[in-house]
Design a binder for this molecule. Structure first.
Ligand code: FES
Length: 507
């Protein structure tokens, strides 16, 4: 028997060889994992999930971890030793993934249903008791397609390669199927029958789940042949679920604007609003809806991956070790780091904050250059923001702000007349809205802006209680606008890349 064992840490992608029998606390501590109660088995802060291999459940863990958690493979690392090769997921490295706990009106049904938000970056699935619309279990995960590219355009590029689409479709279906299996394990009930599974996602996710050719997304005018609602049986997808339920991917609207936005419109009630409202999903592909009960316009805009920390010098996802907030205190920059560990990078919300703070201190000019002509700004060593990072942020925020401005103009209204700006998606809910206003990403007053949670997931849950044709009808009511075909698109984009020269935070 070998004297060493290999520990693989996920999602970091780190492999560690260590002598057999080493306490996991010793192994993980050097990788920044915290042991809040000092490794005494009293806090659960050091949780790891066993993906491959096994770790025995000790009495201390039986007390601290629920049966569901133990069954899902969670262990307290401070109570375990590395006796065999292991693949572990670190709870402290879990990304901030937005689920949903909102209450909503429903007509009770029998049995169980599952709602899934298929994001380009993250997947979230909830198991519901349809008689009470109660969420019984939640599973979230990184989208397994992310290894083929962070944004949807790189997925499209991979999908048009020989066998590329098949790989992406298989990876996505398999992973979601696994999550559904975990949901059922987390809530064992011999008599349960799944009646309905509803999925929502952007147009590329729709195609890559439904196994539809994505070539139209690879070139102008980026208009797919169909975004129609697609239905499958679980068995067709290779999922072994009790009752072999129907699985529906809700219809998209047009271009890149998919059923996640359609579900968001339904969840927020924007389509019934008397006043003009705006729904914005801030992601690599910013999606925007402007409208009211009489008319609805939507568009998507290629913001790029800056909000998710990609293509940023020290960028990372919003997980442990990321600078997630930066504020000005006594004329200096003060950083908050997720997980209270030494900083190792910066995520999207931290970047927006950092640039907003630098603008406030006069360290960055409205054009985006550093005031002192330097090439970077140190936030908290070793994390800094480079001139190129600021340019990436300008591209992202310029695309969103220009999209909002053009769509508001097309609707025939003004920013002032918009009563609510509803922010969907994880980034929109974690970003500091004052910082977003300071950099000109959200050119609205504070009172207009309403972080609205995971509206896509909420809409998917509502869909479990809604006739499928409701979504087809609503999708048909929303006009898709191609921003680049509008007069003044280029000029508006260039103007919106600039930062506002001055700002009144009380506005
Ligand atoms: S460090 Fe507290 S339970 Fe392990």
């Amino acid at each position: 028997m070998s004297e060493t064992v290999r520990i693989r840490l996920r999602p970091m992608g780190v492999d560690i060889d260590t002598p057999r029998g080493t306490p996991l606390q010793d192994v993980l501590f050097s990788y920044g994992v915290e042991f809040p109660c000092g490794g005494n088995g009293r806090c659960k802060g050091c949780r790891v999930r066993v993906i491959e291999g096994s770790l025995p459940v000790t009495p201390a863990q039986e007390t601290m971890l629920s049966a569901d958690e133990r069954a899902a493979g969670w262990r307290l690392s401070c109570q375990c030793r590395a006796e065999e090769d292991l693949t572990l997921e670190l709870a402290q490295w879990e990304a901030q993934i937005l689920a949903d706990t909102s209450a909503f009106a429903f007509t009770p049904r029998q049995g169980y249903g599952v709602a899934v938000d298929v994001g380009s970056t993250t997947l979230v699935a909830q198991l519901l008791d349809l008689s009470r619309a109660e969420v019984l279990a939640v599973r979230s995960a990184l989208n397994p397609q992310a290894r083929y590219g962070a944004d949807i355009m790189s997925r499209v590029a991979h999908a048009v390669e020989p066998a590329g689409r098949a790989t992406l479709v298989k990876a996505l279906r398999k992973h979601i199927g696994k999550m559904l299996g975990e949901l059922l394990e987390a809530h064992p009930d011999q008599s349960r029958t799944i009646h309905d599974v509803v999925l929502v996602g952007n147009s590329v996710m729709h195609h890559l789940f439904c196994d539809i050719d994505v070539t139209p997304f690879s070139h102008y005018p980026f208009q797919p042949e169909t975004l129609a609602q697609r239905a499958f049986t679980a068995r067709e997808l290779g999922w072994n679920l009790p009752g072999d339920p129907g699985v529906r991917f809700l219809p998209g609207i047009g271009g890149f604007v998919g059923s996640d936005i359609l579900a968001g419109v339904l969840a927020t009630g924007l389509h019934r609003s008397q006043d003009v409202q705006v729904l914005v999903d801030l992601g690599t592909n910013g999606e925007i809806v402007v409208g009211n009960r009489d008319r609805l316009l939507c568009a998507s805009t290629a913001a790029g991956p800056a909000f998710e920390g990609a293509r940023i010098y020290m960028g990372m996802r919003a997980s442990t070790g990321a600078v997630s907030a930066v504020h000005v205190k006594d004329g200096h920059l003060e950083c908050r780091v997720l997980g209270n560990v030494p900083p190792r990078g910066i995520c999207g919300s931290g970047l927006v904050d950092a640039v907003a703070s630098a603008l406030t201190l006069g360290l960055v000019k409205p054009g985006g250059r550093f005031e002192d002509g330097g090439s970077s700004l140190m936030l908290c060593p070793p994390v800094k923001v480079s001139q190129t990072d600021i340019r990436e942020l300008q591209l992202a925020k310029g695309a969103i702000a220009a999209g909002i401005r053009l769509l508001i103009r097309e609707f025939g209204t003004t920013h002032e007349q918009v009563t609510k700006v509803l922010l969907a998606g994880a980034f929109g809910n974690y970003v500091d809205t004052d910082s977003a206003r300071r950099i000109g990403l959200l050119p609205f007053e504070s009172a207009q802006i309403h972080p609205s949670g995971n509206t896509a997931l909420l809409g998917a849950k509502i869909a479990l209680f809604t006739p499928p044709e409701t979504f087809d009808e609503l999708a048909g009511r929303i006009e898709h606008v191609s921003l680049s075909s509008l007069d003044g698109f280029q000029d508006t984009y260039v103007e919106e890349m600039l930062f506002p020269p001055a700002f009144n935070s009380n506005e």
